[in-house]
Design a protein around this ligand. Structure first.
Ligand code: SF4
Length: 97
């Protein structure tokens, strides 16, 4: 097993850095989330951008820009998430390529 294969998710996440974008690049219509039964965004995001504390909370600062949340939210028909890439030079930087 190579060194890369033995890294845990936490260790992999420690290898990325983020530059905050002043403009919101993810916007969620959280009123739709109140009626969402499965809430797949809470489980699919590797950076744990989404959390449920009586309502949907999200912090885009750790977003790894996979777009997985957008896909699952729209796949279940909720369509609560509007998502785009951060402005140039902002967002995630993968230090190991
Ligand atoms: S999947 Fe979409 S609608 Fe459901 S909780 Fe997450 S963001 Fe809200």
């Amino acid at each position: 097993m190579s060194t890369e294969e033995s890294l845990t998710l936490d260790k992999r996440l420690a290898l990325v850095s983020f530059t905050k974008d002043a403009e919101p690049f993810i916007v969620v219509d959280t009123n739709k989330c109140n009626h969402c039964e499965s809430k797949p965004c809470l489980y699919i995001c590797p950076a744990e951008v989404y959390a449920w504390k009586e309502k949907l909370n999200y912090n885009t600062e750790g977003c790894m820009e996979t777009g997985a949340c957008l896909i699952v939210c729209h796949k279940i028909g909720a369509g609560a998430i509007s998502w785009s890439y951060p402005s140039g030079g902002k967002g995630v930087t993968f230090k190991l390529g």
